[in-house]
Design a binder for this molecule. Structure first.
Ligand SMILES: Cc1ncc(C[n+]2csc(CCOP(=O)(O)OP(=O)(O)O)c2C)c(N)n1
Ligand code: SF4
Ligand SMILES: [Mg+2]
Length: 370
């Protein structure tokens, strides 16, 4: 068994993007962070970005552990300080693509000030925020996004506060790309991260994924499977939606989609360059390059990324027919393996029995919109 695991880790298809030597990870069964990390790894692969030019920064928390599992240069920083560290990385080496991957408590609670100013400055970075409605790692306290009325360890009679809508917050602060998905929307997350990696400026992707262990259990909302089912039935796709309409009520509908994608604003470094070039004139150099030199280098880098991306997509297409053929071959053993499948489905009624918890008496009352 141990040898099997060692062999699996050695030959895992995720070995290029995830640190298989660090597996098994710490996340609970049913927690959405694992799917999000997988989607992120897939997006990086498909984006064509040179992994050596990518840096991942996390704060502290369950989501903050992401930095330790990715096979890229990464920094696990202090609580609430992922964005300033990422800003420093970006400013010291603008050729790096900097991604912040952290929890909503980290980014909008203790780190909230950094979040709004990075958005205001249109700082060139991608921020992926796992919003699990709680401080997961420290035992399930209320956070700035816990829905009103929800129970947390610090709000045993229900949260009396009104939460932030993070898309609205960062949009109002000046972010130029804002999207929200849930952990069931893995393909959309991958696509959103790919888009964000390909653009300049401050990109913010919120992923709703309530903490199964502390938020769902404490609010009697079932388990991870119930959560996915809830997302399928209660999300409303609204691309371009006014972010003022993206509030999340307790057990209410969740608006998802790409809300903001604009390129009418200079990034922080472009603004600095423009301002200084006006004073210094044509000789002005930022990071040892004149603006035309910088443009030429960026154009060449973009071409390389496009080529690498095309190669990845072509390789995927070549694998696809083989994969399509595979199920035909596997069809026979699958039938033989039917008892095993039954064993799994035999568990389903247990899960379904838990489903009514989603509409537990407290949950359904006036706050549940149908
Ligand atoms: C300065 C500081 N304050 C508080 C903590 C304790 N702490 C560690 S993780 C955490 C909560 C993290 O919550 P969130 O960012 O939402 O991440 P999650 O665990 O939910 O993924 C807190 C309060 C800390 N490590 N450092
Ligand atoms: S405590 Fe919550 S957020 Fe943390 S790993 Fe477990 S389910 Fe995920
Ligand atoms: Mg959290």
């Amino acid at each position: 068994m141990t040898t099997d695991i060692v062999e699996f880790k050695k030959h895992s298809p995720m070995g290029d993007t995830l640190r298989m030597d660090r597996m098994a990870h710490i996340w609970c069964p049913g927690c959405g962070i694992g799917s999000e990390v997988n989607a992120f790894a897939e997006a990086v692969k498909r984006s064509g970005i040179d992994p050596d030019k990518l840096a991942v920064v996390s704060g502290i928390g369950c989501t903050g552990r992401v930095a330790g599992y990715v096979n890229f240069d990464s920094l696990h920083t202090t609580h609430g300080r992922a964005i300033p560290v990422a800003t420093g990385l970006h400013l010291s080496n603008p050729a790096l693509k900097v991604v912040v991957f952290s929890g909503e408590g980290d980014l909008s609670g203790i780190g909230g000030n950094h979040l709004i100013h990075a958005a205001r400055r249109n700082m060139d970075m991608v921020v992926i925020c796992n919003n699990n409605f709680t401080y997961g790692m420290t035992g399930g306290q209320v956070t700035p996004t816990t829905p009103n009325g929800a129970i947390a360890s610090t709000t045993p009679y229900g949260n009396p506060e009104q939460p932030f809508s993070l898309p609205f917050l960062v949009d109002a602060a000046g972010a130029t790309y804002v999207a929200r998905w849930t952990s069931v929307h893995v393909r959309n997350i991958t696509q959103a991260i790919e888009e964000a990696l390909a653009r300049k400026g401050f990109s913010f992707i919120e992923i709703i994924s309530p903490c199964t262990t502390l938020y769902l259990r404490r609010n009697r909302l079932g388990d991870g499977v119930d959560m996915l089912q809830y997302f399928q039935e209660n999300t409303i796709l609204k691309h371009g939606c006014d972010t003022r309409e993206t509030n999340i009520d307790y057990q209410g509908k969740i608006v998802i989609g790409k809300f903001v994608d604009r390129n009418d604003k200079l990034t922080y470094l472009e603004a600095v360059e423009k301002c200084n070039a006006k004073v210094v004139g044509d000789d002005y150099q930022l990071y040892g390059e004149t603006p035309p030199e910088r443009d030429a280098r960026e154009k060449a880098e973009k071409e390389q990324v496009t080529l690498r991306r095309a190669a990845v997509l072509m390789a995927e297409e070549m694998v696809a027919p083989a994969k399509k053929a595979a199920p035909a071959k596997k069809a026979a053993p699958a039938k033989k393996a039917a008892p095993a499948k039954k064993a799994v489905s035999a568990k389903k009624p247990v899960v379904k029995k838990a489903a009514p918890k989603v509409v537990a008496p407290k949950a359904v009352t006036k706050k549940t919109r149908k």
